[in-house]
Design a protein around this ligand. Sequence first.
Ligand code: SAM
Length: 193
Amino acid sequence: NYRCRSAFKLLEIDDKYKLLKPGFNVIDCGAAPGAWSQIAVHRVNSTGANGEFPCGTVVGIDLLRIAPLDGAHFLSNHDITDPVTHAKLLELLPGAQAHVIMSDMAPNASGFKEMDHEKLITMSLSLIDLAEKVLQTGGSLICKYWDGALAHELRQKLSAVFRDVRTVKPKASRKESSELFFLARSYRKNKIV
Ligand code: SAM
């Protein structure tokens, strides 16, 4: 039983691209109510339920309160764009490193499409700063965005630090919504500026 229907989008993406593996450390940005974290807990084996596989870590962050979940650490009432949150993440992650950063974050929709688009792009750009602090070389990032004029800029910035960046539209995402995901893989820590 998933806490939210958004679960099906991540299941679809991860079934295809196999980003979440046992033993991995995962950051779930905009985690409330917690469905993506439920999937991550299961797939990285963070409860150690499967004794044959390594045990991973899941840390979820949200501005809202997230109800406790076995196998996940939650930073409720935290803003992912805040450097204070980044510092706490570094402490919670074994070896201060993540294999995967995933973001289903969305600002409260104002109803003005362009403004919402810009807000979400700005929030997503902050994930690149977070990656620089915690994402290990070769790591990946999944990031929701609403299509619009600035999507190109986000894609370019991702392409500067990830070898492979593509757009993904899961079937579980409503056709009429402008919601898309960037899937960025093979993070290169030592980028050339
Ligand atoms: N993936 C979640 C799940 O499966 O349960 C659903 C996420 S919901 C679509 C988007 C969430 O992003 C909201 O709970 C919202 O509070 C959160 N959010 C928006 N801006 C944020 C920010 N700056 N920092 C942390 N969370 C944020």
